[in-house]
Ligand binder design. Structure first.
Ligand SMILES: *[C@@H]1O[C@H](CO)[C@@H](O)[C@H](O)[C@H]1NC(C)=O
Ligand SMILES: *[C@@H]1O[C@H](CO)[C@@H](O)[C@H](O)[C@H]1NC(C)=O
Ligand SMILES: *[C@@H]1O[C@H](CO)[C@@H](O)[C@H](O)[C@H]1NC(C)=O
Ligand SMILES: *[C@@H]1O[C@H](CO)[C@@H](O)[C@H](O)[C@H]1NC(C)=O
Ligand SMILES: *[C@@H]1O[C@H](CO)[C@@H](O)[C@H](O)[C@H]1NC(C)=O
Length: 293
């Protein structure tokens, strides 16, 4: 007879052998997926010093998304995306890529989107909502001391091949209003706290908040910052570079919930400078998670 422990080890290796997804000791499967996050910089008809127009930046920017989402099931969160930029990116990616999201100015196509992109043959989108970061989250609105309307895109997905389900939120906090950033952090945590299903939540975006600031500290008090979990393979630490050799900053993050069996496999700040052509004033983030579901 196998003892309890050997039986578990037997089940572990036995099941690992017959499925392509490893099974842990309590019978959950480990599902690995990536989140690619990038503030792509809004299309500017009057580019500043060092800034190339969108027409010159877009091909390499799309290639970076494609390159980094080839190997694993991936969810992509972008910021500062105008409608025509979104059309360029989804059509450039091709295949079954789709986008979720609305323009922040009218809830339709006006103003910047914080869209979520996914491959429809990999993921089933189960739900999607846009909340405005303001005291009136259901309607296009500006909150507190913010300069612009701000939004968070909230999606629920099911990975088709494994059945794994999760929530993914993508956002962009105000650059000017520190009070708005703090309230936005609280609102996003409240949205996550109000989910009625026990699925893990992942949050990425441009928080316009450095690790020393209140908005970051508020989120980091509840969720875990993936960049604190793994060393950075690429050597890049700062996520904002500017276009003109400015002082670089860390303001983009990917967070996850601690209580849902998630581990960070890898977290990288990616290159954005291709022989002097900067695809944006931010570097992309690529985080590989393992979820026991
Ligand atoms: C994409 O991958 C190819 C092949 O590895 C590489 O040559 C190219 O520089 C990459 N492009 C970007 C934008 O990452
Ligand atoms: C979908 O999102 C809405 C708005 O957040 C929420 O009320 C509803 O419960 C969600 N439904 C599912 C199935 O998650
Ligand atoms: C979360 O639920 C509480 C209680 O129903 C509600 O007061 C709050 O507005 C909700 N948060 C958001 C961001 O919708
Ligand atoms: C985020 O919170 C963790 C856990 O409390 C802490 O160890 C870490 O230093 C915080 N990160 C930063 C950048 O302050
Ligand atoms: C981009 O790379 C070029 C060299 O190819 C370098 O001169 C320039 O300083 C870099 N720009 C930034 C913002 O890192």
């Amino acid at each position: 007879m196998l003892s309890g422990k050997s039986l578990y080890i037997f089940i572990f290796f036995g099941l690992s052998f017959v499925t392509s997804f490893p099974i842990d000791l309590v019978g959950r499967a480990a599902f690995e997926f990536d989140i690619y996050d990038h503030n792509i910089k809004v299309e500017n008809s009057n580019p500043g010093p060092g800034e190339q127009p969108w027409s010159k930046r877009k091909d390499l920017l799309i290639e970076s998304i494609r390159n980094n989402t080839l190997a694993s099931p991936s969810l992509v969160g972008l910021q500062e995306v105008l409608h025509d930029q979104l059309v360029d990116i989804t059509s450039g990616l091709g295949g079954s890529w789709k986008s979720l999201g609305v323009g922040r100015d009218d809830g339709k196509e006006a103003g910047e989107y914080s869209p979520i992109l996914y491959q429809d043959d990999v993921w089933e989108n189960l739900n999607f909502t846009t909340y405005w970061l303001s005291p009136t989250p259901q309607v296009p609105s500006k909150g507190w001391d913010a300069k612009f309307n701000r939004i968070v895109s909230v999606a629920k997905f099911r990975h088709r091949a494994t059945g794994a389900q999760l929530h993914y939120l993508n956002t962009h906090f105000d650059a000017d209003g520190a009070d708005a950033r703090l309230h936005s952090a609280q609102e996003v945590l409240s949205i996550i706290g109000n989910f009625t299903d026990p699925l893990p939540a992942y949050l990425s975006g441009d928080f316009n908040s450095q690790p020393t600031e209140d908005a970051y500290k508020t989120i980091n008090g509840t969720l875990i910052d993936a960049s604190t979990e793994k060393s950075l393979d690429t050597g890049f630490v700062e996520t904002w570079t500017g276009f003109n050799n400015e002082k670089q900053k860390i303001i983009d993050f990917t967070f996850y919930q601690s209580d849902h069996q998630t581990t960070v496999i890898n977290h990288d700040v990616l290159n954005s400078n291709f022989s002097g052509l900067l695809i944006s004033d931010h570097r992309p983030l690529l985080t590989k998670f393992s979820l026991n579901y």
